[in-house]
Design a protein around this ligand. Structure first.
Ligand code: PAF
Length: 293
């Protein structure tokens, strides 16, 4: 990630500061790319930023650990944060503006509106064990779309359910943003990049490879012509089950757009999983026939 563009990156912490910058860009007719993040940036985020940099005149990155998408007892307080490092990386990647608000800026006293999507997409997969999570995600993403006036917004395919839900919200509410899904970025040994990987001790880090191995196994079965999605899910579960430190939350095959269960493999079948490695819950997935639409 070193040796890239170096320029000044403005940091806005209030909506007024943000508006000042965004207004200048809009008045100049410039296109705006938004990369929403919770910070602790890694190569996965960098790939979204690079794509935005290629496709838009201006790039805004939001760094905000959004409290409304964490349930009580989840890792809101422990979630890793290092704003100085994030700022440096954004600078190297040529980001024009970082929006880094406090929770009070995003949710001032009297805040009372949330985006609640029906359960068909928010109550499945991760939504089964995190029933309020996507309501929090949709609410903050909708606010960020409004604040940024983004033409395009960039999301990773690692969070395939989030991507599908954000696309649906964008369609349903006519938000008019072009939502761009970007491929999963992996460590050299296959582990999908995630801010939460720092929670893993060395033994767990090794055990976590079981997720990407299951992805590879599933992809191989599809490549061999297997069309029974349930059989592929069973094989993936069996593989993960062999790792003593792993506890499966779910492994499922669904349609990548509406997240309805898929029993036969077609183009756009999403094989998604969440697996606890020790106390850390990791996700991974693959989509047949290419990346998320
Ligand atoms: O994917 C994330 O990091 C978050 O869910 C997002 C989209 C930034 C909303 O807080």
């Amino acid at each position: 990630m070193e040796g890239e563009i170096s320029m000044e990156t403005v940091v806005a912490t209030t909506k007024e500061e943000l508006k000042q910058e965004i207004d200048c860009w809009r008045n100049a007719g410039e296109t705006i790319g938004l990369v929403p993040t919770m910070g602790y940036l890694h190569e996965g985020h960098a790939s979204l930023i690079r794509r935005a940099r290629q496709e838009c005149d201006r790039v805004m990155v939001s760094v905000f650990v959004n409290p409304t998408q964490f349930a009580p007892g989840e890792d809101l307080e422990a979630y890793p944060r290092d704003f100085e490092r994030d700022r440096q990386l954004c600078r190297q990647l040529g980001v024009d503006l970082i929006f880094h608000p406090t929770p009070e800026v995003m949710y001032p006293q009297g805040f009372g509106t949330t985006i609640a999507m029906d359960q068909s997409m928010t109550g499945v997969l991760c939504g089964k064990t995190r029933p309020t999570h996507f309501q929090g995600v949709c609410t903050v993403v909708c606010k960020l779309f409004g604040l940024s006036h983004a033409d395009r917004a960039y999301f990773g395919q690692k969070d395939a359910q989030q991507l599908a839900i954000v696309r649906k919200m964008n369609r349903d509410l006519d938000l008019g943003v072009t939502v761009v899904g970007c491929p999963i970025v992996r460590e050299a040994d296959g582990l999908a990049k995630s801010s939460r990987n720092v929670y893993l001790n060395p033994q767990e880090r090794q055990a976590a490879l079981v997720l990407s191995q299951a992805v590879k196994l599933g992809q191989e079965k599809v490549a061999q012509g297997e069309t029974d999605a349930d059989a592929i899910v069973s094989a993936m579960k069996e593989h993960i089950g062999k790792e003593p430190l792993a506890r499966i939350d779910y492994v499922e095959a669904v349609d990548d757009i509406d997240l309805r269960p898929a029993h036969t493999v077609v183009s756009g079948t999403l094989f998604a999983m969440a697996v606890y490695i020790g106390k850390t819950r990791l996700i991974d997935n693959f989509i047949t026939g290419g990346d998320a639409k």
